[in-house]
Structure formats: structure tokens, C-alpha cells
Write a protein that binds this ligand. Structure first.
Ligand SMILES: [Zn+2]
Length: 390
């Protein structure tokens, strides 16, 4: 499908605007060249005094109305609105005096607006994509942009803005659910290829590796016919994942920020068997609350336990630990904080309330200590903080 970006003023689009009250549709524009409501479109539904008013408010404030899509008709060279008929019909009805909006607290129809406001509306630029393709392409496209009121997502918009040979080839590779590699990729990449979400990930990885945004990357490569650099980078990341994590992919591996992980860790060497065993162990550990963090934790040499959101002791264990410890301390006449009890200052015999203490792992979790009563000690808050994060 061929798309061409054009700008029209509201005035041009509304030239010869006709609204059919009986059928509730806006019919024509662009001096008869544009069919505003082709048969397959839903009828005008913005005439509710809210959405139609919002369209006019936007124009008066100078906000863009968003992308509009026209379809180039097979015969006669005329145009029909593929997406945007509600917005165009709203403006057309307003300009032809069909409804009023409140401006500075006063109801105004178009003809009662100050001249400069009228001019502002008529001179507003509409950004239009004119699409030319087969009926099937048009229908597919229309389904994407409109049918359920699904708005274009970020990558779909970028595809339209940067359309050209590069996007066409990249879509054939990454937006094609029949691509033989798609199943393998989907173990690590989250998203619907048809909604351009796999393409977005591929572009994100390669553009981030060069320190630029997807926009900038596409602007730079828009005219390229060769997408080999994109493919090479994407394949490098996927191959690297598979070489480090030889296990059958866990569902938590899907959608991780693999591009960033690749950049950070691909020059480190790993023993795949050891990685695999460590992952199994972590996945089985009930203290690990964030299973998605396991992979980066392992890649980083297990130095960042905060990635795992290790679950703290539960209230029941804390209460039991507090009671045991406090009873023993009272018998000995020392503080129920074992570290205060070792000291020489006034806190040496201080009995803390439970809410003045925190639970601590005797053997750090990161060194294999369990998160249960046998490995729990209550410390006063000062000492717990001093022991630091473990
Ligand atoms: Zn203490």
C-alpha cells in the first residue's frame, strides 16, 4: 500500500460540505472530491454536545486534531475518508451552524464568533495520510486504525510518518506472524506482530545501542532498502539470550529489556550449566518475589538482590521471634536487641517494643540464609539500619 502525507486546511476540506440530517451523516467535502462517509463507515456519533464540542475547543486552542486517513478511490481518483470522519463532520456541522460551543462562558455558533476565531478554525491544518492500495489492504488498514475505535499505537504512527522502503522491508520481517522465527522470538519478545510491537522492540534495541531514539533511527534510515544492520543486531541479541540461558524459555523471560541486558553483559562469559542451575534454585526460592529479576540478577553475578524483591519475614514470624528473644533477654537482664546487649552504653539493658525493631536475616539471604524463624533475629532499628541492605 502506498501512503502519501498531505496537509489540508479545514477550509479546503470543508469546501462544499454537506450534512444529511435525515441519514445523520456528513457527505462530501473538498469541493465534491471527498466522500466523508463511505458506506462501510459507522454513522456520525460525535453529535452528543461533548465530543463534537471538544473537537471545536481543540481547534480554538490550536491543538492538532490528530492524523486523518483518506483512501484513494479505485475509480475516478476521488478520495474517501478512512479514518477521521467523526472529526471532519463535527467541524463541518459547526461551521455550517448546526451546533454551538461555549466560549468565555457564552454560547457561540460559528457565525457569532469573533472573526479571528472563525479564521483560526478555517486555517487549521489537518494532517492527512492518503492511502492507495488493494481493497484487502485498505480493509486491513481500516481494521487497524478504526474498527473498534482502537487508536494507532506509537509504532503504527511511526510507520506512517517514516513510511518508505526501510519500513516496508522491516515490516515484512517483524510484523509478519507467518515468519518462521516468530515463535522463537515470542519467547523473549512480548507483543503482537500485527500491531507492530515486535518491530518496535527490534527498532528499540538497535536504536538504543546507537544511543538514539526510534524516531531518530527511522529518520536516518527511512530511504534504506537494506535492513541487514537491523536484522544483525536483533539476531545477535536473540542468539546471545539462547546461548546464556540454554533452558527452555520461562514465561518470565518474555518481554524483558533484553537489548539493555545484551549491551551490559554480552562481553561477560558465562557457564551455561551454572547459570541454569542458579536460575532453577532462585525460581524455587519462596523468598524471591520478583521472578522477572532472576535473569538480570544472575547475569550481574548475583550482586543486586534488590532485583529479586526478596520477601521480608511475615508478621507471624516477626512476632514469634520478638517474643522468644525478649523473654530470654529479660531473664538475662540485657537488651532484647542482641547488638545493643553487646554494647556498654545505656541501651545495654533496654527492652524495645516490637514496633521499635526490625527483622533481620542472621545469615544473609544472598549467602543462602533462609527466610524463616530459624534464621530470624530482631534488631533495634538503629542496628538494623547499620547492618545495611541484604
Ligand atoms: Zn540495638
Amino acid at each position: 500500500m502506498k501512503t502519501t502525507l498531505r496537509q489540508y486546511t479545514v477550509e479546503a476540506v470543508l469546501e462544499g460540505f454537506v450534512y444529511n440530517e435525515l441519514e445523520g451523516k456528513g457527505l462530501f467535502g473538498l469541493a465534491g472530491q471527498l466522500v466523508i462517509q463511505p458506506e462501510y463507515q459507522r454513522h456520525y456519533i460525535y453529535g452528543d454536545g461533548k465530543r463534537d464540542v471538544a473537537v471545536i475547543d481543540s481547534l480554538l486552542k490550536g491543538y492538532p486534531l490528530g492524523l486523518i486517513y483518506f483512501n484513494v478511490a479505485k475509480t475516478g481518483g476521488g478520495l474517501e475518508v478512512l479514518d477521521g470522519q467523526q472529526r471532519i463532520t463535527s467541524v463541518g456541522r459547526f461551521v455550517t451552524g448546526k451546533f454551538a460551543v461555549k466560549v468565555a462562558g457564552r454560547e457561540q455558533v460559528f457565525s457569532s464568533l469573533p472573526k479571528d476565531d472563525q479564521q483560526k478554525i478555517l486555517a487549521s491544518e489537518l494532517l492527512v495520510y492518503e492511502c492507495e492500495g488493494t481493497e484487502t489492504e485498505t480493509k486491513d488498514w481500516f481494521q487497524t486504525v478504526n474498527i473498534a475505535g482502537v487508536p494507532l499505537n506509537r509504532q503504527e504512527l511511526l510507520n506512517a510518518i517514516y513510511s518508505g522502503p526501510f519500513i516496508t522491508s522491516a515490516k515484512a520481517e517483524y510484523s509478519n506472524s507467518r515468519n518462521a522465527n516468530m515463535q522463537k522470538w515470542s519467547s523473549y519478545v512480548k507483543g503482537d506482530p500485527k500491531r507492530q510491537e515486535v518491530l518496535e522492540v527490534a527498532l528499540d534495541w538497535v536504536s538504543s545501542s546507537g544511543g538514539v531514539s526510534i524516531d531518530a533511527y527511522l529518520a536516518q534510515h527511512r530511504g534504506d532498502h537494506d535492513i541487514a544492520p537491523l536484522n544483525r543486531y536483533f539476531t545477535s541479541v536473540i542468539d546471545w539470550i539462547v546461548s546464556v540461558f540454554t533452558r527452555p524459555p520461562d514465561k518470565e523471560m518474555r518481554g524483558l529489556d533484553w537489548g539493555r541486558l545484551y549491551e551490559s553483559y554480552h562481553s561477560t562469559s558465562y557457564n551455561a550449566t551454572e547459570v541454569d542451575e542458579a536460575i532453577d534454585e532462585l525460581r524455587a526460592d519462596p523468598a524471591v518475589h520478583n521472578a522477572k529479576g532472576i535473569y538480570e540478577y544472575s547475569l550481574g553475578g548475583k550482586t543486586s538482590p534488590q532485583l529479586l524483591d526478596v520477601r521480608l519475614f511475615d508478621d507471624k514470624a516477626k512476632r514469634a521471634g520478638y517474643e522468644q528473644q525478649t523473654q530470654k533477654a529479660k531473664v538475662k537482664g540485657v537488651s532484647n536487641c542482641p547488638l545493643c546487649a553487646l554494647g556498654t552504653d545505656n541501651n545495654r539493658a533496654r527492652i524495645y517494643r516490637q514496633d521499635e525493631m526490625d527483622a533481620d536475616h542472621v545469615t544473609a539471604w544472598s549467602k543462602g540464609g533462609a527466610t524463616d524463624l530459624s534464621n530470624l533475629t530482631m534488631l533495634c532499628q538503629t542496628h538494623n539500619r547499620a547492618k545495611g541492605n541484604k
